[in-house]
Design a protein around this ligand. Sequence first.
Ligand SMILES: CC(C)(COP(=O)(O)OP(=O)(O)OC[C@H]1O[C@@H](n2cnc3c(N)ncnc32)[C@H](O)[C@@H]1OP(=O)(O)O)[C@@H](O)C(=O)NCCC(=O)NCCS
Length: 159
Amino acid sequence: MTTPFSGTVDEVPAEETYALRRAVLRPDGGDVVWAGDEDPATFHLAARTPDGHVVGVVRFSPAPCPWRAAAHPWQLRGMATDPALRGGGSGRAVLAAGLAAVSARGGDLVWCDARLSAAGFYVRTGFTVVTPEPYDKPGIGPHVGMLIELSGAGANRSS
Ligand SMILES: CC(C)(COP(=O)(O)OP(=O)(O)OC[C@H]1O[C@@H](n2cnc3c(N)ncnc32)[C@H](O)[C@@H]1OP(=O)(O)O)[C@@H](O)C(=O)NCCC(=O)NCCS
């Protein structure tokens, strides 16, 4: 397993994630401000090195899962690690923090459209591929549907 990330992971405003989204996820242009970023239920996490640099970001928001019924499904989007820090454990750290935060909010499942090139990362962090074949997202490339069911959800569920 990778060395645990030595920085911090905190909830941040959406705009703190945009620089990494732009550099890593939309290097050829394209919107980095997405519908739902400012929804009250949406939250964003950032991993920072001890000197304060944001090196990893992710977003979670409540959304129906396309592939599996769940009472309180959430979607993961905008997962990105600074290329200089890849393999340094920050991806795992923000994802683990996000799953814990979703569970604390009552979520019972997290799903994502995973880039095929990142599917191994999600598998390493507990997700399962649930679509039979990769599908294309125009301008981005092949994806697979992935999800993780969360145990212990419900302690703080409000609805
Ligand atoms: C995918 C990504 C977020 C992973 O972040 P990271 O900080 O490098 O991940 P970590 O260092 O925490 O790695 C956690 C584990 O996943 C593995 N891993 C990381 N990226 C992987 C990949 N692309 N394929 C397979 N395994 C991968 C690591 O080896 C590590 O495994 P280990 O703990 O067993 O040693 C990062 O590579 C990235 O930003 N990629 C480009 C953008 C992207 O594709 N985002 C996802 C969009 S759906």
